[in-house]
Ligand binder design. Structure first.
Ligand SMILES: NC(=O)c1ccc[n+]([C@@H]2O[C@H](COP(=O)([O-])OP(=O)(O)OC[C@H]3O[C@@H](n4cnc5c(N)ncnc54)[C@H](O)[C@@H]3O)[C@@H](O)[C@H]2O)c1
Length: 423
């Protein structure tokens, strides 16, 4: 008998091929087939028996850690302990979580009793020794290798030998974070997306050091948390941040070279992305995105550009290039010396900017697939649909790259080969 997942994969391949040369309807059908298959174990997940999770420790009480603490308590119904560098930070996170629960009650999404029970599951401490009985410990501290290493060096001797260690790093090497651990085989990357309660994706980053039980436990945990997991190898930026960063780097290089900012920012409008790139950059924050671009540049200097305008905007502590209405902030234009609409030599038009960015994305996806970062193009699309809200009607990303001709321009073939296309 043919196993279910083989039938599904074959159907998906056909849907992908149809999407790549057909209508928006076939692109939607492909994306829907992809999302329907998400209930399965991620492609490549080991079959080992996962360890049970009876209590969770969260290190860091910032933006991500607070959301993670609530997600763990809500989905697993187990005690969650949260810590940070000071009692003040821990208290701040607990107050934030209590406020969030109140909002859920006010909106009718939680009963007062359930909110009280959930609130009582999350406890704070500044004494990391209290983590000794946790089955799972996840860190969401600053995105600095030395800080993350120091956190694990401090916590590992306090934990049981079979506790699962997780890092929420968004671009650092998980193996590098685990260097120095007595048991590096139990450290897995579990990259959640902000806002944690809303974005359904989790990238699970396995390293060559991992044992099967740790990866299987991370996959099982992702499922228990109600997330869709994609297994990713330990490569810079993983999938979503690598692709988004390549997009940002290409766009910002075009802007730094003299293109008019708003014209460049709106060049991708016909693709139907959830927002313009510079609007998204405003949400991510210039300093955070600059840091990711620098990490990516260090790994792949030829392809990832560290933008001078982004660096200037981050240094000036501005919220981004645009104000809330989407026009260029005068302070950003001044800080980054952005070109005015009517100044300088003729800048490229929207169509050529769009083609350049699509070609850059096709280049990046092809390289990722050649490096076996994920199992195939469908995983890239799943990541971009669920982690970055790329459009279902475009099939995520790879059908869009095929349909626009970018895949063929860059690689001489489509990502979804089918009848009529040479492999
Ligand atoms: N912000 C996002 O959108 C986002 C999305 C996905 C992943 N991430 C990743 O999550 C991690 C945290 O990001 P964030 O935005 O929540 O940062 P944040 O600055 O809001 O929080 C980090 C917290 O870690 C604490 N901390 C630092 N050193 C510590 C230590 N030794 N022990 C205990 N606590 C310590 C800090 O005091 C701070 O409260 C980073 O690795 C980041 O790349 C962030």
């Amino acid at each position: 008998m043919v196993p279910d997942n083989v039938v599904e994969t074959a159907t998906l391949a056909e849907a992908g091929a149809a999407a790549s040369r057909g209508s928006r309807r076939s692109a939607s059908a492909y994306a829907e087939a992809l999302l329907a298959g998400e209930r399965h174990r991620p492609q490549g997940a080991p079959g080992a028996v996962p360890r049970p999770v009876r209590s969770v420790g969260v290190i860091g009480a910032g933006l991500m850690a607070s959301q993670l603490a609530l997600l763990f308590a809500r989905q697993l119904g187990v005690p969650v302990l949260i810590t940070d560098l000071s009692q003040e930070k821990v208290d701040g996170a607990l107050t934030g979580i209590a406020g969030h629960l109140e909002k859920l009650v006010a909106r009718g999404q939680l009963t007062p009793t359930a909110a009280r029970e959930l609130g009582s599951l999350v406890r704070g401490t500044v004494d990391k020794r209290e983590f000794r009985n946790c089955d799972v410990v996840i860190e969401a501290v600053f995105e600095e290798l030395s800080v993350k290493r120091a956190v694990f060096a401090e916590i590992e001797p306090l934990l049981r030998e079979d506790a699962l260690l997780l890092t929420n790093t968004s671009s650092l090497s998980v193996a590098a974070i685990g260097r120095g651990l007595t048991h590096p085989e139990r450290l897995v990357g579990l990259h959640f997306f902000n806002p944690v309660a809303v974005l359904p994706l989790v990238e699970i980053i396995s390293t060559e050091n991992n044992d099967d039980v740790s990866v299987a436990s991370a996959c099982s945990l992702a499922r228990l948390l109600g997330k869709t997991a994609v297994l990713v190898t330990d490569t810079p930026g993983f999938v979503v941040n690598r692709i988004l960063s390549r997009l940002f780097c290409e766009l910002l290089r075009i802007i730094d070279d003299g293109a008019e900012v708003q014209l460049a920012d709106h060049a991708l409008d016909p693709l139907g992305l959830p927002m313009t790139p510079l609007t998204l950059l405003g949400f991510i924050g210039p300093a955070v995105q600059l840091h990711i671009c620098e990490t990516m540049h260090a790994a792949y200097p030829d392809r990832f550009y560290v933008s001078t305008s982004l660096a200037a905007i981050a240094a000036a502590r501005l919220r981004g290039y645009l104000d809330k209405s989407g026009t260029v902030l005068p302070a950003a234009a001044a800080a980054a010396l952005l070109p005015q609409a009517d100044a300088g030599p003729p800048a490229p038009g929207a169509e050529s900017i769009r083609a350049r960015i699509l070609d850059a994305l096709a280049d990046e996806v092809g390289l990722m697939l050649a490096e076996n970062v994920v199992a195939g193009p469908a995983d890239v699309d799943l990541c971009m649909l669920l982690g970055a809200n790329f459009p279902v009607h475009q099939g995520g990303l790879t059908p869009m790259l095929d349909l626009s001709g970018a895949s063929r321009r860059v690689w001489g073939k489509e990502f979804h080969p089918g009848p009529g296309f040479a492999e």
